[in-house]
Design a protein around this ligand. Structure first.
Ligand code: NAD
Length: 257
């Protein structure tokens, strides 16, 4: 894979899957803008990538805020002159975990705001830039929760099904303009969000790992490789797909965690 000469935006870029993907993009030659709501983590991530010799800038933004999204797209355009790759990745899990009928509406609303509105706004403002420059590649982060239910996680599952819907529609509408739009569906990945990276979660991690056909949890770098492939020219004829990166979970019929 080669991303040299390309400029990319990564939302949720200060941690986890976003940061690992940004680092891999930079290793493959891309210039990268990290976008994140957490200013301290963002500064730390930018410093870490600069120390590795990568060309990187940070932009503080809440992806659910239209003004912030307009601003990060404008900042990327003025900094890089173009946007070749867009990893539309920022997402949250709601505080509430439990049955749908006890779920606070506020938790549902915030999950949809970040995971769906945030992805929608990113597509809305990045695609015209890519069309104007003659093409580009977008990867949205869905989840294996986009392929079926996960009891206890209704807002999250609904939001990730919506990400796949947005991916397919945007792919169809932008295909002739050479803008490709795909989705990755991570399985259980060891990050802060999944809470699977902490020692206290060891038992949970072992339980979940036992359900993965590959026999172990995924790492952010596993998702990064798939994202960089979909963003690269090696994937020029691939658009509108949902790519599970899950150690085989969705190949089995026991995908519910
Ligand atoms: P993470 O918590 O490690 O990183 C997410 C980053 O997004 C954080 O830096 C956070 O500050 C940022 N963020 C949160 N809300 C934001 C907002 N409103 N605006 C801008 N930035 C915001 O999580 P992760 O595990 O790396 O998750 C990344 C994506 O992968 C998410 O969309 C998540 O739903 C998806 N995913 C994760 C897993 C997993 O097991 N970790 C599985 C499936 C899908």
């Amino acid at each position: 894979m080669d991303l040299s000469g390309k400029a990319a935006i990564v939302t949720g870029g200060a941690d986890g899957i976003g940061l690992a993907s940004a680092e891999r993009m930079a290793q493959l030659g891309a210039r990268v803008m990290l976008v994140d709501i957490d200013a301290d983590k963002l500064d730390a991530a930018v410093s870490r990538m600069k120390a590795l010799g990568h060309e990187v800038v940070g932009q503080h933004a809440d992806v659910s805020d239209e003004g912030d999204v307009r601003a990060y797209v404008e900042a990327a355009k003025s900094h890089f002159g173009r946007i070749d790759g867009f990893f539309n990745n920022a997402g949250i899990i709601p505080r509430y975990y439990g049955v749908l009928w006890d779920c606070p509406a506020d938790d549902f609303d915030r999950t949809i705001a970040v995971n769906v509105r945030g992805v929608f706004l990113g597509l809305k403002y990045v695609i015209p830039v890519m069309i104007a420059q003659g093409g580009g590649a977008i990867v949205n982060t869905a989840s294996m929760g986009a392929a079926g239910g996960i009891p206890g996680s209704s807002p999250y599952v609904a939001s990730k099904h919506a990400v796949v819907g947005l991916t397919k529609n945007a792919a169809l509408e932008a295909a002739t303009a050479k803008v490709r739009v795909n989705a990755v569906l991570p399985g259980n990945i060891v990050t802060r969000m999944s809470g699977l990276g902490t020692p206290g979660e060891k038992a949970n991690q072992e339980r979940l790992a036992a359900m993965v056909p590959a026999g172990h949890m995924g790492m952010p770098s596993d998702i990064a490789e798939a994202v960089c492939f979909l963003m690269s020219d090696a994937a020029t004829y691939i658009t509108g797909i949902e790519l599970p990166v899950d150690g085989g979970i969705l190949a089995a019929s026991y995908g519910n965690m």
